[in-house]
Design a protein around this ligand. Structure first.
Ligand SMILES: *[C@@H]1O[C@H](CO)[C@@H](O)[C@H](O)[C@H]1NC(C)=O
Ligand SMILES: *[C@@H]1O[C@H](CO)[C@@H](O)[C@H](O)[C@H]1NC(C)=O
Ligand SMILES: *[C@@H]1O[C@H](CO)[C@@H](O)[C@H](O)[C@H]1NC(C)=O
Ligand SMILES: *[C@@H]1O[C@H](CO)[C@@H](O)[C@H](O)[C@H]1NC(C)=O
Ligand SMILES: *[C@@H]1O[C@H](CO)[C@@H](O)[C@H](O)[C@H]1NC(C)=O
Ligand SMILES: *[C@@H]1O[C@H](CO)[C@@H](O)[C@H](O)[C@H]1NC(C)=O
Ligand SMILES: [Cu+2]
Length: 608
């Protein structure tokens, strides 16, 4: 496809030129609009304080599109003193790398009182469950919402209706206060989430202390089958949940790809992961409602959250359709946390769904793109060893192969420099090969189209002797999840393990690097790995990072640059004015006419 694309471009000029120039001023009508503001709404279980909102709520509204389309979304930054970007978590964005929403990697952040038009490339085959969130600092705590890509025809599984289980967290402090404390020397943030919200609401207990607030409600009807779209829009907690009186769930989707059906009695989700599960509502429920009980694991105190699976009269909820006509307020039932937890949830499961999922197959055969590259096909292995330095008393910095990365490191976003024909910012393959895959100058991992790369992420003991678990999120094309284990990765042993399992590697975008049973290990000691394989097919600048927001702040982020310089710059380009300029966005806001900064003139000049 890449070769064809290049030929096409040689023959017809750039794709942008071919599809015609579009002026993104006030006359342009995007497919959807999101307006980000700051406000201090009442949130469950914490004092009201400034948070970012999407269209006035957190989480924001659902976005829903059909696969096989190109969609434009206009994002207004109406926050007066903060930059932001929006990332479309899980979408590969192969056709529009400039719209991936990563500050310093794919774009300048959107400055206050500006908007940016994002192009979402949603090819067929990506139907599934996603979410959107800001990628700046800790903004994703509240600046987030669900994104559903519907099947072009029918989903491969039958169900009557679908429901969201969208998880976010609330903290006692503002995002700025948390960030400042995380970066203080010595590190000064020892708190965890006060509550984990389900569809924006929650009540329950935090470290045993009751927060008696009205619970979120998921309305169901007896006998019906539901697709629950579980979205961990969280930034810290590993969450486990189950529903009393019901037989568990059948997993049918992981991170935007259908899987063969797999039964589980409980769900465990890490920040950034999504699953769809089928849920069978009872034919003859013994009560009007049942509790969904959710608890965090591993880090911090136990936060226990409840939601209601409601068989009674439908109650309102953030993602629940409003009954027509709406019932009188007095007749709406409010639900509160139970006096004792109805369930005993299991401890953190370091083997949850591991080596068990299988990619969904239409007929007998898997498409080639869905087939895991074999060990023989791998052309290069990249080891990434992660280590937290700083504890006990220093500045906390996460290193990947001895280098850290955060959004302040590049002076200009990599993709902007490439579109500006600034070759000096392009990572060197030679430097990378000499340094276990990492180019130390740009702090990126360059990869060439056609390579088949095995990436081994290896956990290691911090300078304080501690170790943590990390959900690694891959932007760009999804990766084949080759599994994980304690100790040090052994390729042959892992191949044998797969051969003896029912499961087959599935494509994921968020996979766990666990600490297993080692909260403490000697400094630098390797304990715990995760391996993924990638066929390098999509040119672009793709971030790879832990989805625990404090770990990102401490530098657990890096960038994979895929393709040669010419591959990257001939990949689809922005047709958004001002992309290359400060802010990368059209000057203007909801109340002021845009002042058009022509990107095309600048770009065309660069081609001469
Ligand atoms: C968000 O708010 C804007 C402005 O009010 C509105 O035009 C847009 O449709 C809303 N977006 C969604 C997804 O509801
Ligand atoms: C729009 O931008 C103008 C000029 O930068 C600013 O004065 C105004 O407050 C902004 N309006 C909103 C709603 O953000
Ligand atoms: C916004 O981003 C620009 C460009 O990266 C930076 O110079 C500026 O300081 C940022 N502003 C804020 C308020 O963070
Ligand atoms: C929680 O609040 C509800 C509504 O005010 C009340 O009915 C219930 O008794 C309270 N529960 C506890 C344990 O205080
Ligand atoms: C990666 O790590 C493994 C296990 O520690 C080691 O055997 C291998 O040589 C390393 N590979 C590279 C390319 O550094
Ligand atoms: C990181 O630095 C340490 C100490 O300088 C060295 O021993 C180690 O080999 C380096 N690790 C990598 C992956 O380069
Ligand atoms: Cu992490």
């Amino acid at each position: 496809m890449h070769v064809l694309q290049t030929l096409f471009q040689l023959a017809f000029g750039s794709i942008v030129a071919a599809r015609g120039l579009q002026v993104h001023d006030s006359s342009f009508v995007p497919d959807a609009v999101l307006v980000i503001t700051e406000g201090a709404p009442k949130q469950p279980c914490v004092p009201a304080k400034n948070i970012l909102l999407v269209n006035g709520t957190s989480p924001g509204p659902e976005l829903r599109f059909k696969e096989g389309q190109t969609i434009w979304i206009r994002v207004h930054n109406d926050v007066h003193n903060q930059n932001l970007t929006i990332h479309w978590h899980g979408l590969t964005q192969a056709a529009a790398p400039f719209s991936d929403g990563t500050p310093a990697a794919s774009q300048w952040p959107i400055p206050p009182n500006h908007y940016f038009d994002y192009e979402l490339a949603v090819p067929q085959g990506v139907a599934g469950t996603y979410f959107y969130h800001s990628h700046v600092g800790l903004q994703a705590i509240s600046c987030t919402g669900p994104l559903v890509i519907e099947d072009y025809r029918h989903p491969p599984y039958r169900y009557d209706d679908e429901k969201h289980i969208f998880l976010t967290e609330v903290f006692p402090n503002t995002e700025e206060e948390i960030e400042e404390a995380l970066l203080a020397v010595p590190m000064a943030y020892e708190k965890d989430q006060s509550m984990i919200l389900i569809n924006g609401k929650a009540g329950g207990t935090d470290n045993g202390v009751l927060c008696n607030e009205s619970l979120p409600v998921i309305n169901v009807q007896r006998g019906k089958k539901y697709r629950f779209r579980i979205i961990a829009g969280t930034g810290l907690s590993f969450d486990i949940f189950a529903i009393e009186g019901h037989d568990g769930f059948d997993v049918i989707e992981a991170d935007g790809a259908y899987t063969e059906k797999l039964h589980t009695s409980f769900m465990q989700v890490a920040p950034g992961q999504r699953f769809s599960v089928l849920f069978q509502a009872l034919h003859n429920p013994a009560k009007n409602y049942y509790y969904l009980q959710l608890e965090n694991r591993e880090f911090g105190d136990v936060t226990r959250t409840y939601a209601i699976i409601n068989y009674g009269d439908p109650a309102p909820g953030l993602f629940e359709p409003t009954p027509n006509p709406p019932p009188p307020k007095s007749s709406i039932t409010e639900f509160y946390p139970p006096s004792t937890p109805p369930l005993v949830l299991p401890p953190m499961d370091y083997h949850f769904l591991e080596y068990q999922l299988r990619p969904y197959r239409k007929g007998k055969h898997l498409a080639k793109s869905e087939r895991m590259p074999t060990a023989k096909e791998v052309t290069r292995r990249v080891n990434i060893t992660v280590q937290l330095t700083g504890p006990p008393d220093g500045e906390f910095v996460y290193l990947e192969n001895n280098y850290t990365w955060n959004e302040d490191f590049p002076k200009k976003p990599y993709l902007v420099t490439l579109y500006e024909n600034d070759v000096s910012q392009f990572p060197s393959m030679e430097r990378a090969i000499a340094n276990d895959g990492l180019d130390p100058v740009t702090r990126t991992y360059p990869m060439q189209i056609g390579e088949v790369i095995e990436v081994v992420i290896q956990n290691s003991g911090s300078t304080g002797g501690g170790m943590e678990s990390h959900p690694w999120h891959f932007h760009g094309a999804h990766v084949f999840d080759m599994g994980a284990g304690d100790g040090i990765y052994d390729c042959n042993a892992n191949e044998k393990k797969w051969a003896a399992q029912k499961g087959k590697p599935v494509k994921r975008d968020t996979v766990m690097l666990y600490r297993y049973e080692h909260p403490q290990v000697p400094t630098g000691h390797l304990a715990g790995w995760r391996t993924v394989r990638l066929r390098i097919t999509e040119p672009g600048v793709w971030m790879v990072h832990c989805h625990i927001l404090p770990h990102m702040i401490w530098g657990m982020q890096t960038v994979f640059v895929m393709g040669s310089y010419s591959d990257v710059i001939t990949a689809d380009r922005p047709d958004v004015e001002g992309y290359l300029n400060y802010g990368g966005s059209v000057m203007g806001n909801a109340t002021h006419e845009p002042e058009v900064v022509s990107f095309f003139t600048a770009w065309a000049d660069n081609q001469k």
